[in-house]
Design a protein around this ligand. Structure first.
Ligand SMILES: [Zn+2]
Length: 338
């Protein structure tokens, strides 16, 4: 033991293994409560009937007769639960105060509590509250990903989800709670900032501590390599198709007959846009960018259609890059929460 402990902490010095006495939750110590939930070292005095109303699991546990040798606080039986105090607080806030039933963004920590405990204690309304947020944030179709400008502009309904640490925590939660449809989008978002995912740059990065969370950057790195290769091939195919375009009206090449179109000019303009980079964020090629590269109109129309098709194909194959079942299988679980 360190001798540098401050002298105003004598109990810790004498009994280093003894846990400190439980503390009472500031938010949930209800004067007429009849059950004390203890999570970690924090106690919550709440109502049996209210817990049972929201959870069949609590209903079963709480219907068991109380024996005299079990601990009590203020004459209420103490039920120890193996959850984080923060999770219990967030769950109680949801059922008592309805504070989380809102359209405003919720912190990621709260959403994680609703999903984890909603699943564990079979609290359907609580689980749905969390799932609804995840559905908005992690679409199973390309369309909302692609065109939800609010999502693109960072106007998320889950505060703080955009750090690799939060995404990795979410991936762990999704695996733990068997919410696999979240995973392709979540992994892909990790891949979009591979450097941060690998080297833990940015907020909360130090939390990659469990063997599972360490596995996520590895899986993403491998998928990222394969995605780049895949996108390179898509871009090459687009370029080849453009050169074949008989409707090309580009006439920019120097020293050439003005009346002969030069689709090669349009194809190199497309490469100048780094098509694989654009496909990485799943945004289709924009008309305005193509105009800036002085591509001809028929080629622009063709590129916009081709890039949209390429992204649809990539989206369809996305789960396979992360060793996941097909979208059809993943969507079955997703539809269950409608
Ligand atoms: Zn052209």
């Amino acid at each position: 033991m360190s001798k540098r402990r401050r002298t105003d902490e004598p109990t810790a010095e004498e009994n280093p293994v003894e846990p400190p006495p439980p503390t009472r939750s500031e938010e949930f110590w209800l004067y007429d409560g009849n059950i004390v939930l203890q999570a970690g070292n924090v106690q919550f005095k709440v109502h049996k009937g209210f817990l049972a109303r929201h959870s069949s699991i609590f209903e079963t546990i709480l219907s068991m007769p109380h024996t005299d040798d079990e601990p009590t606080v203020e004459e209420c039986p103490v039920l120890k639960v193996h959850d984080e105090p923060e999770d219990i607080k967030n769950m109680l806030t949801a059922i008592y105060d309805k504070d989380h039933d809102t359209l405003s963004p919720l912190p990621f920590r709260v959403v994680a509590s609703l999903v984890r405990l909603g699943k564990k204690y079979e609290m359907d309304s609580i689980l749905r509250m969390g799932i609804a947020r995840l559905k908005k944030e992690f679409p199973v179709n390309l369309f909302p990903w692609n065109f939800d400008r609010k999502l693109q502009a960072g106007a998320s309904r889950i505060e703080g989800i955009n750090t690799p640490a939060a995404l990795v925590t979410l991936i762990e939660l999704a695996l733990e709670c068997d919410i696999l449809w979240v995973l392709p989008s979540a992994y892909y978002r990790c891949c979009m900032d591979m450097e941060a995912t690998l080297f833990g740059r940015g907020e909360g990065a130090a939390s990659f501590t469990t063997p599972l969370s360490q596995g996520v950057p590895k899986l993403c790195y491998r998928a990222h390599q394969r995605l780049l290769e895949y996108q390179g091939k898509l871009a090459e195919a687009m370029s080849a198709e453009l050169i074949e375009n008989s409707k090309c009206t580009s006439k920019f090449a120097e020293g050439r007959d003005d009346s002969v179109p030069d689709p090669g000019r349009c194809a190199s303009g497309l490469w100048a846009l780094k098509p694989n980079v654009r496909l990485t964020d799943m945004t289709p090629h924009r008309r305005s960018d193509l105009l800036k590269e002085e591509l001809c109109n028929p080629c622009i129309g063709r590129i916009v259609r081709m890039s949209q098709k390429a992204m649809e194909e990539q989206w369809k194959n996305l789960p396979s890059f992360f060793d996941l079942p097909t979208w059809e299988e993943l969507k079955r679980e997703y539809d269950h929460f409608n």
